[in-house]
Write a protein that binds this ligand. Structure first.
Ligand code: SF4
Length: 458
């Protein structure tokens, strides 16, 4: 069903907010289209297409009023969009900012604020992001192409669909198409470091023809994010300890047999386990790792993302058949002192972690493996001043890379709390200090070429 432009125009002309919202709801319920993961009724895209074609004058606050119940962030963003199309950028900006105040990861508002800032309608035609052609992120009831806060749109339901349907479906195609034409309309330019770099022109200008991507049989990167079980309760991520229930374990087995195994069999995919919890605190992922020892998975690579607490020498030895498949081990630490670690990653044990890090580094050298070892640091107000010593710590234990990433709000903070903790926000009081520290680390890293450094979205 195509958008019925005449009907929508008629509704707009009569400013009948109730009928407008009924029409939109009916459209959503009867169409299989890409929907925003955070919004129950996501009509932003269909209203956007209609508004971009229509020249009907109306009062957006009245016409969209009944959409408010689905999401205030979406309602405010739609009002902003109306003014954006009217070339009233100050009004538009005000509404997009209000929208982010309601929901600070609402992607369309970030996107249009960025468009206003750079004052052009296409983010970048010089670069084509390969991610939608390479990556699939499997969650419990949805799947995406990269981090949920970068592209918060679902391309399908892994508990209902096969891996192949997710990877070759119509929904993922829409994201690929948006990347191909260069409008990146589903991507969040405030959080995705690749897009941010492209906008800020830090990527080499390339002719599109040189960067055309093809869809391969299986993704080259498969991220598993469906089990949130973890032995830690970091305040940025959750309020209490999470362990999957029996019911969830059954769901995970379905996802494993219908999506994960078929996509990985005889493929050379790099599978990432896991950025949503901890692989060694999850019964399901521990079993999955044992399954991946089988011969039909000989070509895959494995990325382990862990907090490192349960990665003791005894546990590590039980996975010796996987060692040759391990391409990357990334460990989230977020602190350079016991005191700060206790606050950011409770109830982790600093001393055990340090022993495990050193063991891992020695293991890699003694086994003569090329596994890349990365230490992660999620930058926030509380640990900002430990960023430099964290780099030194990684150097001491013999890791290969430090990755500093921006704090995201996964629903744990109010907007005010998040704004005060997110030092990467240019409006944050500590942002200038962060810029100086980043500079210092860059200079420091020139003296230690064996330890690289990466910054995500700041
Ligand atoms: S959010 Fe970034 S990485 Fe993801 S598809 Fe868009 S540009 Fe690529």
């Amino acid at each position: 069903m195509k958008i019925n432009h005449c009907e929508m125009t008629h509704l707009a002309k009569t400013s009948n907010a109730i009928s407008f919202s009924r029409y939109v709801q009916n459209y959503i319920e009867n169409n299989d289209y890409l929907s925003h993961k955070l919004i129950q009724y996501d009509c932003f895209d269909i209203v956007r297409i209609w508004m971009s074609k229509s020249n009907v004058q109306f009062n957006p606050e009245e016409l969209f009023e009944h959409l408010k119940v689905w999401s205030e962030a979406q309602y405010l963003a739609l009002c902003g969009l109306y003014y954006f199309y009217e070339d009233k950028n100050i009004m538009a900006q005000e509404f997009f900012e209000k929208s982010l105040h309601k929901h600070n990861t609402y992607q369309p508002s970030h996107y249009y604020l960025k468009l206003i800032e750079i004052n052009k309608k296409e983010l970048s035609l010089r670069w084509q992001c390969p991610k939608p052609y390479q990556a699939l992120d499997i969650q419990q009831k949805s799947a995406g192409v990269c981090c949920t806060s970068w592209v918060p749109y679902s391309v399908g339901d892994p508990s209902q669909q096969k891996g192949e349907e997710l990877w070759h479906g119509q929904k993922i195609k829409k994201i690929r198409d948006s990347v191909k034409i260069g409008n990146y309309q589903y991507c969040n330019p405030s959080y995705c470091p690749h897009l941010k770099n492209a906008i800020e022109m830090e990527v080499e200008p390339k002719k599109i023809i040189e960067t055309q991507h093809k869809v391969t049989q299986s993704p080259s990167y498969l991220q598993l994010s469906y089990d949130r079980s973890c032995n830690l309760k970091c305040p940025s991520c959750r309020k209490g300890l999470i362990q999957a229930s029996k019911k969830e374990q059954i769901l995970f087995e379905i996802i494993q047999s219908s999506c994960i195994e078929p996509l990985l069999k005889n493929s050379n995919t790099l599978v990432s386990i896991t950025y949503s919890g901890d692989p060694f605190a999850s019964t399901h992922y521990r079993q999955l790792l044992h399954t991946l020892k089988r011969e039909e998975y000989n070509n895959i690579g494995i990325l382990i993302a862990t907090n490192g607490i349960n990665l003791t020498p005894a546990v590590w030895k039980t996975y010796s058949e996987l060692w040759r498949k391990l391409k990357i081990i990334t460990i989230s630490v977020d602190a350079a002192s016991k005191e700060t670690y206790r606050k950011v990653r409770p109830p982790g044990n600093w001393e055990s972690l340090m022993q495990n890090l050193q063991y891992l580094s020695n293991w890699r050298d003694s086994e003569m493996l090329s596994t890349k070892l990365i230490l992660n640091f999620c930058v926030q107000k509380i640990n900002l001043r430990e960023m430099v010593s964290f780099y030194e710590l990684a150097d001491e234990v013999g890791f290969d890379q430090v990755y500093y990433q921006r704090l995201l709000n996964w629903g744990m903070y109010t907007s005010e709390e998040y704004q005060s903790l997110d030092v990467a926000n240019p409006l944050n009081i500590n942002n200038n200090e962060l810029i100086d520290i980043v500079q210092e680390i860059k200079i420091r890293s020139l003296k230690s070429p064996q330890l690289s450094v990466r910054f995500g979205a700041f």
